[in-house]
Design a protein around this ligand. Structure first.
Ligand SMILES: Cc1cc2nc3c(=O)[nH]c(=O)nc-3n(C[C@H](O)[C@H](O)[C@H](O)COP(=O)(O)OP(=O)(O)OC[C@H]3O[C@@H](n4cnc5c(N)ncnc54)[C@H](O)[C@@H]3O)c2cc1C
Length: 397
């Protein structure tokens, strides 16, 4: 759901000089491989910029194997001291709002986020304050006493206070990917359902990708937005950079006597500094979702077993019984095993292959990428087409 508290600055990008990609010809053809949150939005923005774009996905936009294929994802304003992600999120929220109107689809549910704080000034929230002020935004603070009155189903006894971020909420994740793909096709993009393999690189360029339907697909530029699969596709360059870990989310059945309290509460995040439990209420009556942000075991995203880890589940339900006592005996009504596509420092990656200037990598969502999809796609389209310089935080070199 989120990065573990704060990001280390990407040291390899220190002292970087501004780097631009060569300006793309207005009629250039671009293949975007991967129709998750990163690839789908990037393909849409490249198409809108006038390029000839083909979006390729092995299993479809928002498929169950993909990281973007879960029901819901959290969107929040708090990003610690990281202004890049804060600003990206502000733009993303504008774009989620405008696109859901444009497509007449509810994708963003502005429930707000309730942060459970154990200390006076948790960095995740307080370090964000200057950026909040810059944008004229503010949080609401609750003492534990005030919170207990407002949210009687929450045990606040071990908390210092609670903070409410009114701008956050949740996004419909797989539906969002489907909506982006539909818009892409409606606006004139070409979608191919196939698995793509990079071809060899010659004279500093990649000419084509090999598709699982036997075709060779030729384009001027390639964007690989393949989430957790990036490390497998480019083992020499990304094998050690993108690691895939098994992550779990559970949907608990709330007691019928308390369903209003649970359904009407905001998204919440527990800032315990260890497990980072978080939850999303209500969404389409699927149950009360609880996720665990701690990195799980290494995972293989195509064939890895999606059976849940009982130890993680037991810990999560013990936590839930403590934080929400009326859920002490709540049944598990659904669950989902997903995976993080971790970069070494939690920052996204938007950079070219070291040996091919027309082959782009876009990934490293690291458990917090979905919300940024529309704004990251917009930014990536500008960087890839050469109209904006690369973002130092997202560069590999
Ligand atoms: C449990 C969990 C909770 C999370 N919570 C949040 C949250 O609350 N908020 C948030 O903002 N983010 C959250 N995230 C992170 C977020 O979901 C991801 O960062 C984001 O969805 C990554 O999108 P992506 O497009 O990079 O990858 P993906 O969605 O995995 O998309 C990659 C696509 O590439 C395709 N593909 C792969 N290889 C090939 C190939 N060779 N040829 C063709 N297609 C290929 C796949 O089919 C897939 O569709 C969470 C992640 C997890 C696992």
């Amino acid at each position: 759901m989120m990065e573990q508290a704060t990001f280390a600055p990407r040291t390899t990008t220190d002292h970087k000089t501004e780097r631009f990609a060569p300006l793309l010809d207005a009629h250039a053809s671009i293949a975007v491989v991967g129709a998750g949150a990163f690839g789908g939005w990037t393909a849409l923005w490249l198409l809108r910029a006038g390029f000839k774009v083909t979006l390729i996905d092995a299993w479809g936009a928002g498929n169950s194997r993909s990281t973007s294929g879960d029901e819901t994802r959290v969107t929040r304003s708090t990003y610690g001291a990281n202004e890049t992600y804060f600003d990206l999120n502000v733009r993303a929220l504008e774009l989620w709002e405008s696109h859901q109107k444009l497509w007449n689809k509810s994708l963003f549910f502005n429930t707000g986020i309730l942060w459970f704080c154990y200390e006076d000034k948790p960095e995740m929230i307080e370090a964000t304050q200057p950026f909040m002020q810059k944008h004229g935004l503010s949080y609401q603070y609750f003492s534990t006493k005030e919170a207990s009155k407002k949210f009687p189903h929450i045990n606040t006894s071990d908390l210092h206070h609670l903070v409410f971020d009114p701008y956050g909420g949740y996004l419909k994740a797989r539906e969002g990917c489907g909506a982006v793909m539909e818009a892409f096709v409606r606006e004139g993009g070409n979608y191919v359902n196939a698995s793509a393999k990079p071809s060899s690189i010659r004279n500093g360029k990649m000419d084509s990708v090999l598709l699982s339907n036997g075709e060779t697909f030729v384009a001027d530029s390639f964007v690989f937005a393949c989430g957790s699969w990036l490390g497998q596709l480019f083992p020499e360059v990304l094998g050690k950079i993108i690691t895939c870990t098994k992550q779990e989310a559970y949907y608990l059945g709330v007691p019928a006597t308390h369903s209003c309290l649970f359904d009407e509460m905001p998204v919440w995040v527990d800032l315990d500094g260890k497990d980072f439990y978080y939850g999303i209420p209500k969404n389409a009556y699927r149950g009360f979702k609880v996720g665990v942000d701690q990195r799980g075991e290494i995972f293989e995203p195509t064939n890895g077993s999606r059976m849940m880890n009982m130890e993680v589940y037991k810990k999560a339900t013990a936590f839930m019984a403590h934080r929400f006592p009326s859920l002490a005996n709540a049944p598990l009504i659904e669950n989902r095993v997903c995976h993080y596509e971790n970069s070494p420092d939690g920052n996204f990656i938007l950079d070219t292959h070291p040996e091919a200037a027309n082959c782009w990598f876009l990934g490293g969502g690291s458990g917090h990428g979905y919300k940024h999809g529309p704004a990251l796609g917009e930014l990536a389209a500008k960087v890839i087409s050469g109209s904006k310089s690369l973002v130092p935080l997202f560069q590999m070199r």
